[in-house]
Ligand binder design. Structure first.
Ligand code: NDP
Length: 790
């Protein structure tokens, strides 16, 4: 071969990484791993074991313990016992342990990388350069938060024992995302790695031993889905943090419903990769490579839908095909390989099935001309064009190296297509016009948006979903809230509560003719800016604490809720786009109008609660002022991620919210909960307390005389649980706050699993949550990465 020929072809020679150190480590454990509980290795009570397989060659790597319910119980007990000491350990001491973990991961980085590649099949380039360094970064970053917790999260305490369940696609990295913040905030952990990829978690357990972490602070239990389910159901677990499929996330939502367990879910995605005609096409092509062929496309936020502006679609796809032709699939331990193995034959079957479906549904398939390795679990990079927006491959998470390309004409159409999915994990936008890119970024419903970049992650930036991609954030300051709880909510603005006795009296005592005061009117419902009769035509009596009838309100039903949700959805975009300044003005004006009628409202409160209503009226006015004040002050952050990027963490409204109000302090609850939610840009369907709804129905007139846009604030009176269920089941409702009895919590949380809406459950009485908590519940953080460089 001449030099010219060599220069023209530049064939790759193999550059293999040695597997030996990792295989030796396995051998040192005699090829069998026990459970790591209370700082010691112990055999599973069941004496059952399963094999973990190298997907590249199908060979068994090791045997791993299958934890059963008894083992889960032991691990939870160990974590509970350790919690007493760990939660009281000074932040500085916890920081030292996290720092030690980071150092140890770095010291053993190569071993971790090779082990991960053997167990998972992903390329050594990725494990070595991305997974392991990022895992170490998470421990360093959160060591800092442990150090700062006492000052920066004053008034907050750890949640307790946390059950953590992680998937196979980023085994050590997901472990770091889970364990680092949990420990930093003083929680103890029981973590279950995925069945396919337990080994790096077990190596991490050794680190915990080596650094002298107190026993029980971290427990690692291996097993399958049944082990995960046992952990979810364990009554002494205070929080579950899960990453995995939306399907299992939904099961976990249902299983934890009503248990009071805190929950964060990071689920699937079908993320759009949007390319405008002014984009730098060569960069965008490299972006696609990172978006969909990183980790063989087995990435929850993979840019699996390519949306290209029509004028450049042909050109973009031609460049893409040329690039795909040059990608290399093969032994992931070879450093010049781009795509490694698919995790397991079952996943390979799933990819093949969905690709076949794509062909049957009329999309055009393209794959490179070269052949795959003869053996092992491999799949080639795949491009589908002519994809219909509603087709299976445009809607379902394939979790493989398969890209579905669609075209659009205008930015509006791009946004519509991007949002045409039940998911909302991430998006990538490519344009040289920063105005356009940022405008589109704010309109796409996704927890992370990358501009002219993709798949950037860092511990300082929160990551998590909108819609069926789950809720809760991991990373950044926003991620810490998942692992803390407020100490003694102050209920600072709370006013004297009515006595329990009088509440019971109100519910049970029938009115007597003698006690009957004059009935002023039967309140209707307030939907779309208008007072409307309830669909069913029924009303419901409202009694004073002494049993006398003080009014009637409409008995709303499913249809009324549907109408109210429709009105709220219709109003959402307008209200979301209203400037923060204007939202504040609208709320101040609302407060002004309420204050004009202070006496009337105070009297009404007195009738309903049997107390002097003036203090509550004052508190409600203050709450509306507070909400107005926050409307233009609830700021985001700029995260210092370690690339040249402005990473904006922006709190955004959640969307259409259902708010079921508590029984105590009916006007204050309305003002504080609904006022704050409104200030953050949400539109509302509010169900007042069935025991004390009249302040809310009187509020119609205040709303009518204010500048609240029609449909923004809807009120439906009726039976709380019946209306709560309809709201929780409604696919166009994005969040439900339910204040009511414990049985209702379960009802709402279970029903919310349909579209994975966010829920917040509160007791029916007692102090209201503080404003900082309400603000967080009323928003979701979107991280927008804007890299720069001339
Ligand atoms: P799962 O959601 O089933 O697995 C995630 C984790 O949950 C694993 O540790 C798993 O254990 C555990 N688990 C499984 N069932 C339960 C249960 N009932 N209760 C509690 N924990 C449970 O994902 P799979 O690994 O099965 O992959 C299935 C599909 O999910 C993939 O094809 C892919 O499309 C998608 N997926 C999405 C991910 C994402 O981040 N978006 C990540 C992984 C998968 P075990 O591993 O032992 O089954």
């Amino acid at each position: 071969m001449t030099l010219t020929e060599i220069m023209q072809t530049l064939p790759y020679g193999p550059a293999p990484e040695a597997a030996k150190p990792a295989l030796d480590w396995i051998k040192a454990h005699k090829g069998r791993f026990q459970l790591f509980v209370a700082g010691r290795w112990r055999a599973p009570a069941s004496q059952e074991w399963f094999a973990t397989i190298n997907p590249t060659n199908g060979q068994k790597l090791a045997e791993v313990a299958q934890a059963g319910a008894a083992d889960v119980d032991e691990a939870v007990k160990a974590a509970r016992k350790a919690f007493v000491g760990w939660s009281q350990t000074k932040g500085h001491a916890r920081a030292r342990y996290l720092y030690a973990m980071a150092r140890q991961i770095q010291k053993q980085a190569r071993l971790f990388a090779v082990l991960e590649t053997l167990d998972n099949g992903k390329s050594i380039r990725e494990t070595r350069d991305i997974d392991i360094p990022l895992a170490a970064r998470h421990f360093y970053y959160h060591a800092g938060w442990a150090q700062l917790m006492e000052s920066e999260l004053a008034g907050y305490a750890p949640v307790g024992v946390v059950g953590q369940i992680i998937p196979w696609n980023f085994p050590l990295l997901m472990l770091a995302w889970k364990i680092a913040p949990a420990l930093a905030m003083g929680n103890t952990v029981v973590l279950k790695p995925a069945e396919y990829t337990p080994l790096t978690a077990l190596l991490f357990a050794e680190i915990c031993q080596n650094i002298g972490l107190p026993p029980g602070v971290v427990n690692i239990i291996t097993g399958d889905g049944k082990t995960g389910a046992a952990l979810v159901e364990h009554p002494d677990v205070d929080k579950i943090a899960f990453t995995g499929s939306t399907e299992v996330g939904r099961l976990i939502r249902q299983a934890t419903a009503g248990s009071g367990k805190k929950l964060s879910l990071e689920l699937g995605g079908k993320s759009p990769f949007v390319v405008f005609e002014d984009a730098d096409l060569d960069s965008a092509v490299e972006g696609v490579v990172d978006a969909i062929w990183f980790n063989q496309g087995q990435v929850c936020c993979a840019g699996s839908r390519l949306l290209v502006q029509e004028g450049i679609a042909e050109k973009m796809c031609a460049k893409l095909r040329a690039r795909m032709e040059k990608l290399r699939v093969g032994d992931p331990l070879d450093k010049s390989v781009d795509l490694g193995a698919i995790i397991a034959p079952a996943q390979l079957d799933k990819i093949r099935r969905l690709v076949q479906k794509g062909i049957e549904e009329g999309a055009k398939l393209w794959q490179p001309s070269w052949a795959l390795p003869a053996e092992g679990c491999f799949y080639p990079p795949t491009l589908f064009t002519d994809v219909a927006p509603a087709s299976t491959i445009a809607q379902e998470e394939i979790f493989g190296p398969v890209l579905a390309a669609l075209t659009f004409r205008t930015p509006e159409e791009a946004v519509r297509l991007a949002n045409n999915t039940r998911y909302g994990l991430a998006a990538s936008i490519w344009s040289e016009d920063i105005n356009l890119a940022l405008d589109v970024a704010t309109q796409i419903k996704a927890g992370t948006v990358w501009i002219n970049s993709t798949n950037l992650f860092d511990a300082a930036s929160g990551f998590g979903g909108y819609r069926e991609s789950g809720f809760g954030r991991e990373g950044g300051k926003e991620g810490l809230w998942e692992y803390v709880q407020k100490i003694n909510p102050s209920g600072s603005a709370a006013v004297a509560k009515p006595k329990a006795k009088s509440r019971r009296a109100r519910a049970n005592v029938a009115p007597t003719a003698l006690a009957l005061p004059a009935i002023d009117r039967t309140a209707k419902l307030f939907i779309g800016g208008k007072q409307v009769r309830p669909d069913g035509g029924y009303s419901k009596a409202v009694y004073a604490p002494n049993g006398s009838l003080i009014g009637e309100v409409g008995l709303g039903n499913r249809k009324d809720i549907r109408n109210a949700v429709e009105a709220a959805r219709g109003a959402f975009e307008g209200w979301r786009k209203t400037t923060a300044h204007n939202k504040a003005q609208v709320l101040y004006f609302l407060a002004e109008n309420l204050s004009q009628r202070a006496e009337e409202f105070a009297r009404r409160l007195g009738e309903q609660t049997g107390q002097d209503g003036r203090a509550e009226l004052e508190a409600a006015l203050e709450a509306l002022f507070t909400a107005a004040a926050w409307a233009d002050k609830y700021e985001g952050l700029v995260h210092p991620t370690p690339i040249r990027s402005v990473t904006l963490a922006i709190p955004e409204p959640i969307g259409v919210m259902g708010i079921l109000c508590p029984d105590d302090q009916p006007l204050l609850a309305l003002a504080r909960l609904a006022g704050t939610a409104l200030a953050m840009g949400n539109t509302l369907v509010v169900v007042p307390s069935p025991l004390a709804p009249l302040s809310a129905t009187d509020f119609y007139q205040v709303l009518e005389t204010s500048d609240i846009p029609a449909g923004t604030f809807n009120i439906v009176t009726g039976e709380r649980d019946e209306l709560a269920l309809t709201l929780a089941e409604h696919d166009d409702v994005d969040a439900v706050w339910y204040a009511g009895p414990r049985a209702g919590w379960a009802l709402v949380e279970k029903a919310s699993a349909g579209n994975m809406k966010r829920t917040w459950t509160l007791p029916p009485s007692g102090p209201l949550p503080d404003t900082d908590e309400i603000l967080r519940q009323a928003t979701q953080v979107k991280n927008i990465w804007v890299p720069y460089g001339a």
